[in-house]
Design a protein around this ligand. Structure first.
Ligand code: FES
Length: 136
């Protein structure tokens, strides 16, 4: 490889690197928590089967719903308030966790550990038979 070929390849790497930066910036923007919510999860449907077990969770419409105990559910916005990565529910810790940079949130959505510094939005839940309503 001569000097000219080397510089051309270097230029392609720089362009590819910059394009990657741009894509990362777009994907890291914080998604807003849904301002209003009102939907029902049918716990007899296979898509919602995880909610039949304590510690299970389902994400729908930008909201993660988790079964906290045999009788209690919690629902919060799924997008981490740091950079928008979806959080997961951890029943052993009773928290919502963001694997991207390690933020932790309480079941009420409050920040336990940063770098996130804003809470997740909490939603109401109401179980009637096998129908779990999630609403603001
Ligand atoms: S995106 Fe969640 S901690 Fe950074």
């Amino acid at each position: 490889m001569n000097r000219e070929q080397f510089l051309k390849q270097l230029g392609m790497v720089a362009v590819a690197t910059c394009a990657g930066c741009g894509m990362y910036a777009c994907s890291s923007e914080t998604e807003p928590a849904p301002a209003n919510a009102d939907f029902t999860l049918d716990l007899t449907e296979s898509a919602n089967a995880a909610l039949n077990n304590v510690g299970g969770s389902v994400t729908k419409n930008g909201i993660i719903v988790a079964r906290f105990s045999t009788t209690e559910f919690v629902a919060v916005s799924v997008a981490c308030t740091h950079q928008g990565t979806p959080v997961t529910y951890r029943n052993a810790q009773k928290d919502f966790y963001c694997s991207n940079h390690g933020s932790r949130f309480s079941t009420a959505g409050a920040v336990i550990e940063g770098p996130a510094n804003r809470p997740l939005k909490q939603y109401n839940t109401e179980l009637t038979g096998n129908q779990l309503r999630v609403f603001s």
